[in-house]
Design a protein around this ligand. Sequence first.
Ligand code: NAI
Length: 335
Amino acid sequence: MSQTVCLLPGDGIGPEVTGAARRVIDAAGADLQWIELDAGAGALERTGHLLPPATLDAIARHCVALKGPLTTPIGTGFASVNVQLRKTFDLYAAVRPVRSMPGIRTRFENVEIVVIRENTEGLYSGIEHEIVPGVVESLKIATRKGCERIARFAFNYAKERGRKKVTVFHKANIMKMSDGLFIECARRVHEEMGEGIEYQELIIDNGCMQLVQNPGQFDVLLLENLYGDVISDLCAGLVGGLGVVPGANFGDSCAIFEAVHGSAPTIAGQNIANPLAVIMSGVMMLRHLGLREPARRIKDAYNAVLTDGRAEELTRDIGGSAGTTEFAEAIIRRL
Ligand code: NAI
């Protein structure tokens, strides 16, 4: 029986990379009904809403979406649509698997990290104000409920996938209360359900240095919101860049799958963006839907394209000369 999923093409390179992902997923034989929905800066121009009610209704009804990146203006302008979406559907856990990829040469060959990021609290709560002219305040929110549920999610994830170690990066030496609560909850959850899983805490500055020197020592990283955002991009840099790192945002009832990268406005509309991160996010979505066979076929197909390493089949960010569509077609040929 066919399953319905929402598709949010988004802004910038979003329509190109989600379009490519949809073609690959359909070609792999996944029996999906797609509902295309508007969101983001483009939607604001077209409909007067960053998140049109029809988009929110459809996600609430179908509970699964593949999403392109959404532009957020810097410094001024509207609040982040991504943050709004994550809050609306309480998508508290972002999962970003970061792996060394076949055929993509980087400094390291043994990266196999999963970044698990708390997605609804911290400094991204969006509570900011000017106290007096020239003095502004941004509040970092941490709740016991939020810290505990992301820690539980991380240890559950580690258990289900046979992962051996969970590392928390924090700054509880400075932010003794907020990051202090985060690690207190992580310790407690480890004691409660982390049998057989090593638990480690690192102050984030040291953690960053160790990540770029020896990423092979890390397995699951458990991070609060801002650290998770920054470290995801750092980890992407270890394995070939933002074009090859997928992601998923999970709540208790909904899941939205999206690449780690943004809308990359400088390369939008030129057929040069790498669609692989969204294709890989699509594979995560298929697994979530229980569609393991098309997920496996797509993974085998893109691994084959990467392993073959033909410049005319790979996008420029990973050493090739192909366009977005040519890369997607190369994957479809290997299915
Ligand atoms: P970005 O991720 O869009 O781009 C960073 C760099 O990576 C740029 O050089 C870009 O060309 C390159 N890049 C990104 N994706 C690529 C791909 N698929 N193929 C090849 N190269 C790629 O980050 P930036 O420039 O900081 O943000 C641009 C906009 O995206 C902002 O409005 C930001 O708020 C938004 N954004 C949205 C996200 C989302 O919707 N989940 C996540 C991150 C940023």
